[in-house]
Design a binder for this molecule. Structure first.
Ligand code: FES
Length: 56
């Protein structure tokens, strides 16, 4: 599922970024560029990050 259409970032990519060492929404944003354009995806992106962090 695409989380960020502007940057073409999927929830799977967000999860992978966390498994590979990102430990906050800010890290994920800097690594993948989510929410760097229109910003509409920020809420969903944060939610995916939060859910993934609670699993690892
Ligand atoms: Fe993510 Fe626009 S959908 S910045």
């Amino acid at each position: 599922m695409y989380v960020c259409l502007c940057q073409g970032v999927t929830d799977g990519q967000i999860r992978d970024a966390i498994y590979e060492g990102c430990c906050s929404y800010r890290d994920v944003r800097e690594t993948l560029g989510v929410a760097s354009q229109c910003g509409k995806c920020a809420c969903l992106a944060k939610q995916v990050v939060r859910e993934t962090l609670s699993e690892v």
